[in-house]
Ligand binder design. Structure first.
Ligand code: ACO
Length: 381
C-alpha cells in the first residue's frame, strides 16, 4: 500500500501529477516548448497543421507526411447534416462555450462508440475532432446570427478555413497568418485546468469526445479561457489612453485584478503574449483600428511596475482580443477560438494519458462532521 501524503495541496499548486513529454514550461525564464521546439520558432515558421502533427506524433512531419495529414484534416472537416440541424435548435442567446460544449458532446454521439477504445481509434477520433473544431465554432456563430453555415473549402488551410467559414469570404494572407499564429500559440500548455479535466475524464477509460467536452467546460471560466473576453472588455471600458493610469490605480487599490495579467506558471511576461502583441499591432495598423492596441500598450506600461512585486505580467489573453477584434471576430466567440487552438493539445494529452494510464483519483482532507445522529424528517427542527 502506498504511503499517504498528508500535505494539503489546495489548487494542486506545484504538484506534479504525471510524467509528460508534450510541453515544457519554465515560468521563471519565460520558456515554452512543444515537444522540445521553442514556441518562438513554431510561432514564426510553422503552421497549425504542422504543430498539431508534432503534438500528436511527437515529431515534425516530412513534406509527404504533412501533405497526407492536411488531406486527412480536409476530409474530416465537414459535419453531418443531421448534427447541423440539431445545432440550429440550440438557444441563440446562450454562451457560445455552452453551445460548443454541447456540440462536441453531440459529435461523440455520432462518432465515439463504446468506452475503452484502442489508441489507434482514439487517435483517429482526435484528428477528426481537431479538424471539426473550426467548422463547429463557425457554424455556431453563423446559426446564432441566422446565417447559413458555410461548408469547409478543401483548398484552404486550417486557420484560413476557419475565417472563411466564419465570414463567408476568403481571408487575405495577413489575416490567415494572424489566425494561424494565434492557433499555434494556444495549441498547448501543459497541465492547465482544461487539459487536466480532459486527462481526468480519459483516465476512467471513457472516450476522447467526453474528455474534450470536460475540457471545454473547464476552459469556459474567466480564470482560464474566459480571460481574452474579459481583457478586451477592460480595454473597451477604459476607452482612451488618457484614462489608463487612473483605471489601473483604482482597480489595484481595490484589490481588483486586471484581466489578461497574471499566470499560475509564468512569473515574467508570457512568451505567447510577446507574439500576440506584435500580431495585434500589425493587424491594428492594417485595419487602422489602433485604439485598443494603444490602450493595451499603455496599460502594460502602467500596470507592470505596479504589479512587479507580485510578479504579475501580461498573459496570452492580454492581446488576443485585439487580434480577434481586428479579424472581425465578435467578442462572444473569443473563448471558443481558444478551444479551436487548444483542441490538438487536449487530444495529445488524452492519448498520452491512455498510453500509461492510471485512474486519476486524489484524496480530500475531510473537515466535516463525523458523528451526526440520524433523526427522522418529522422530528427534525
Ligand atoms: N491583476 C492584479 N493582481 C493580480 C492578478 C491580476 N490579473 N493576478 C494575480 N494577482 C495578484 C493576486 O491578487 C494575489 O495577490 P495577493 O498575494 O496580494 O493576494 C497574487 O497576485 C497571486 O495571485 P493568485 O490569484 O493567488 O495567483 P494564481 O496563481 O492562483 O492565479 C490567475 C493565476 C488565476 C491566472 C490570476 O493571475 C488571475 O486571476 N488573472 C486574471 C485572469 C486571467 O487573465 N486569466 C488567464 C490566465 S492565462 C490562461 O488561462 C490561458
Amino acid at each position: 500500500m502506498q504511503s499517504r501524503d498528508t500535505h494539503l495541496h489546495i489548487g494542486l499548486v506545484n504538484v506534479q501529477m504525471a510524467e509528460s513529454r508534450v510541453c515544457f514550461i519554465d515560468g521563471e525564464a519565460g520558456i515554452l516548448l512543444y515537444r522540445g521546439y521553442s514556441i518562438n520558432d513554431l510561432a514564426r515558421y510553422s503552421t497549425y497543421e504542422e504543430v498539431a502533427y508534432l503534438l500528436l506524433y511527437d515529431r515534425l512531419p516530412t513534406t509527404q507526411e504533412l501533405k497526407d495529414f492536411n488531406s486527412q484534416l480536409a476530409s474530416q472537416r465537414g459535419l453531418p447534416a443531421e448534427l447541423l440541424r440539431t445545432v440550429e435548435q440550440f438557444p441563440k442567446r446562450a454562451n457560445v462555450m455552452d453551445n460548443l460544449r454541447t456540440a462536441v458532446s453531440l459529435l461523440g454521439s455520432y462518432y465515439a462508440g463504446p468506452a475503452g477504445q484502442s489508441l489507434e481509434k482514439n487517435l483517429e477520433s482526435g484528428i477528426s475532432l481537431t479538424a471539426k473544431f473550426p467548422t463547429v465554432v463557425a457554424a455556431l456563430h453563423r446559426m446564432r446570427n441566422n446565417l447559413k453555415p458555410v461548408k469547409p473549402e478543401a483548398s484552404l488551410p486550417h486557420a484560413g478555413n476557419f475565417l472563411y467559414m466564419l465570414h463567408g469570404k476568403r481571408p487575405d494572407e495577413v489575416a490567415t497568418r494572424a489566425m494561424d499564429m494565434d492557433f499555434i500559440l494556444h495549441a498547448e500548455h501543459g497541465f492547465n485546468a482544461s487539459t487536466v479535466a480532459a486527462r481526468v475524464t480519459i483516465s476512467t477509460l471513457s472516450d476522447i469526445y467526453s474528455a474534450v467536452t470536460s475540457a471545454i467546460g473547464a476552459l469556459k471560466g474567466p480564470l482560464h479561457g474566459g480571460a481574452a473576453g474579459e481583457a478586451f472588455k477592460t480595454l473597451k471600458q477604459i476607452g482612451s489612453v488618457g484614462d489608463v493610469e487612473s483605471y489601473a490605480r483604482k482597480a489595484l487599490s481595490q484589490d481588483g485584478k486586471i484581466s489578461g495579467f497574471g499566470h499560475r506558471v509564468y512569473k515574467i511576461t508570457d512568451p505567447r503574449a510577446v507574439h500576440l502583441r506584435e500580431v495585434s499591432k500589425q493587424l491594428a495598423e492594417k485595419t487602422g483600428n489602433l485604439r485598443y492596441f494603444a490602450i493595451a500598450q499603455r496599460l502594460e506600461e502602467v500596470a507592470i511596475p505596479l504589479l512587479k512585486e507580485k510578479r504579475v505580467y501580461p498573459n496570452v489573453d492580454f492581446y488576443s482580443g485585439i487580434v480577434y477584434d481586428n479579424l472581425g471576430i465578435p467578442e462572444d466567440l473569443f473563448d471558443s477560438i481558444f478551444a479551436v487552438g487548444r483542441s490538438a493539445g487536449w487530444v495529445a494529452h488524452t492519448l498520452e494519458q491512455l498510453q500509461d494510464n492510471k485512474l486519476i483519483r486524489p484524496l480530500e482532507k475531510y473537515t466535516g462532521r463525523t458523528e451526526s445522529a440520524y433523526v427522522p424528517a418529522n422530528k427534525r427542527k
